[in-house]
Each structure stands twice: as structure tokens, then as C-alpha cells.
Design a protein around this ligand. Structure first.
Ligand code: PBG
Length: 325
């Protein structure tokens, strides 16, 4: 054949393939989610997230040092609240001696350069396992936003670099920005879960924190996965209200949304590769059906190619090791 175009030329060696690669993944792209529990020297493997642990704060610090040494620049903190501290106000979430507040301080002290982000939502603190305050079987918006403001302020006071509201209440980004401004926290950022879908892929996470909703589901606040325009609308509102980074969650089944958001807006876009996505890869690898390391790098590269600048992923450490190797 006499061909004018031979596409295979650019794929002919590993060196050439990496020379012309359009997307590169680095540990700097990752946000490592951490589950933190009370106690000492506790490493509890989450049954539905094989190889992922909920650590007590001492072991969390050790983990954060390892992550930093691998080139990971950010952690996203989730705490497991004791049952007896859960109620319908979420007040434990702004306890200045609470586990979250102690964790923020200890991590910033141990590894000052690490960007500490904190989950802001009521579900770990809620007796109902919902992201907001419950009244007459409904999740009430405006009272919940007040609680989220107090929680965010308390995280900022403890030294958080970023607060990350994952609750999907209306108006919370503007309200949180205001309370941070009023209290002179001018350098605290907001990473908004702007397009967070009501997804079955959060199941293992709720095991990790014992935070599954006690009644109903989260469909009156998290988005319907049938929708695309709604993601653009909500993300635009969050940016107007002051979000520094926006997020799409989950990631793999929502690559179109990530691309859409990347094209529409000019702020950093983060994607959350969630617990169920982690569990699927782990389970298939355990069965010997896929190559785990390859699946990790392919998935994360695809999320980045779709337009994510940052990726929150339970594979952050594994992927960093693979990329550094
Ligand atoms: C809580 C929250 C959830 C996740 C992050 N923050 C669960 C939920 O909304 O039910 C899910 C993360 C994951 O599945 O990895 N607001």
C-alpha cells in the first residue's frame, strides 16, 4: 500500500508513545482521602474496601508522612464519629476538641506543607445518617447551611487549608465564604462538591464511617444521574458563590460531565474516584479478572484526560508508587 497517513508511526515505541502522550499523571494530581478514628494504634480494614484502612490519629500521621514522601500534596479528611456523639444538630462537628479538629492540627503540625482539606457535611455526625438536619422526615436546607457554616469555621480555626462541602444544600458555598470572610480566614479555600450525584457507588464509604442513611435516600439533595445540564447550572452557581475548586463525583461513570465542566469553566476541576469505583477494581483484581495496577493507572489517566485537574482517589498511594517506580 502507498499510504499518506500512517498513524502507527507515533505508537511504534514506548519512548515515542510517551513523547507524544497528551495526558500525564503525577502524584501532584492526587488528593488522598483519609478515614480517621479515635484510639491508638488502630488500623481497621474496611471490609468492602480491601486494602484500605480507617486509622487512629497516630497511624494517620504516619500515613500522611508517607504520602508526602511519595509526592502527594493533599489529603481529604473524614472522621468516624462515635455513636453517642451523633444527634440531629451535628454539633459535634464544630466541637473545637473534636476528632476532626484534633486531626487537622496534628497533621498540619507533622507535615506543614500538606494541603489539608476537610469534608463538610452532617452525615458522619447525624443520628439519621443524612447530610442535613431532619424535620418531619425531610432534610431541611437553611438550618443545615447554618450548621455547615459553623463546621467550616471550626475547621478553619483548627488550621484547615480547604473546606470541602459535600452535602449539596443550596446556598452553602456563599454562606461558607461569608463566614470565612467575616472571621478573616482569607486564605482558606473552598472545594465544592458541585456536581455530586445520588450514586450507588458510595456504598463502601458509608461502611467506612458507619454513615448510611437510616431512612430514605439522598435523592432530594444529591443530583439525578440522568442529568447533565443541571451539573453545569449548579457548578456555575458554586463558582459565583466563591468556590475555588469544583468537583464532579463519582468519576468513571461521569467522564462526560467532567469534560463538560472543564470546557465551561475556568477554575480547577476535581473528580472524586469514589469508594465503589475502588471496590470494583479491587474485587475484579482479587478474582484474577483484571490486572490491578494497570486498571488503576488507566482509570486515573482517563479521569485526567476527561478534564480533571485533581483526582481524589483511594488509589493515591498505590498510584504514586507505580508512577514513581
Ligand atoms: C458525605 C460523603 C460521601 C462521600 C463523600 N462525602 C457519601 C455520601 O454522600 O453518601 C462518598 C465518598 C466515596 O464513596 O468514596 N457527604
Amino acid at each position: 500500500m502507498i499510504l499518506q497517513k500512517r498513524n502507527r508511526i507515533l505508537r511504534s515505541s514506548a519512548a515515542l508513545r510517551s513523547l507524544v502522550a497528551e495526558t500525564t499523571l503525577t502524584p501532584n494530581d492526587f488528593i488522598a482521602p483519609l478515614f480517621i478514628d479515635e484510639g491508638d494504634n488502630i488500623a481497621h480494614e474496611i471490609p468492602s474496601m480491601s486494602g484500605y484502612y480507617r486509622y487512629s490519629l497516630d497511624l494517620t500521621i504516619k500515613e500522611v508522612k508517607e504520602l508526602w514522601a511519595l509526592g502527594i500534596k493533599s489529603v481529604l479528611l473524614f472522621i468516624k464519629c462515635k455513636d453517642e456523639l451523633k444527634d440531629n444538630t451535628g454539633k459535634e462537628s464544630w466541637n473545637k476538641d473534636g476528632l476532626m479538629q484534633r486531626s487537622i492540627k496534628a497533621i498540619k503540625e507533622a507535615v506543614p506543607g500538606m494541603i489539608v482539606m476537610t469534608d463538610v457535611a452532617l452525615d458522619p455526625y447525624s443520628e439519621y445518617g443524612h447530610d442535613g438536619i431532619v424535620k418531619d422526615g425531610k432534610i431541611v436546607n437553611d438550618e443545615t447551611v447554618e450548621a455547615l457554616m459553623r463546621m467550616s469555621l471550626s475547621h478553619a480555626e483548627a488550621g484547615a487549608d480547604f473546606v470541602a462541602p459535600s452535602d449539596m444544600m443550596d446556598g452553602r458555598i456563599g454562606a461558607i465564604r461569608n463566614i470565612l470572610e467575616e472571621n478573616s480566614f482569607r486564605e482558606v479555600g473552598i472545594m465544592s462538591y458541585s456536581a455530586k450525584y445520588a450514586s450507588c457507588f458510595y456504598g463502601p464509604f458509608r461502611d467506612a464511617l458507619d454513615s448510611a442513611p437510616g431512612f430514605g435516600d439522598k435523592k432530594t439533595y444529591q443530583m439525578n444521574y440522568a442529568n447533565r445540564l443541571e451539573a453545569i447550572k449548579e457548578t456555575g452557581q458554586d463558582i459565583e458563590e466563591g468556590a475555588d475548586i469544583v468537583m464532579v463525583k463519582p468519576a468513571m461513570a461521569y467522564l462526560d460531565i467532567i469534560r463538560e465542566i472543564r470546557n465551561q469553566f475556568n477554575v480547577p476541576v476535581s473528580a472524586y474516584h469514589v469508594s465503589g469505583e475502588y471496590a470494583m477494581i479491587k474485587a475484579a483484581a482479587k478474582m484474577g479478572w483484571i490486572d490491578e495496577n494497570k486498571a488503576i493507572i488507566e482509570s486515573l489517566t482517563s479521569i485526567k484526560r476527561a478534564g480533571a485537574d485533581l483526582i481524589a482517589t483511594y488509589f493515591a498511594k498505590d498510584a504514586a508508587k507505580l508512577l514513581n517506580a
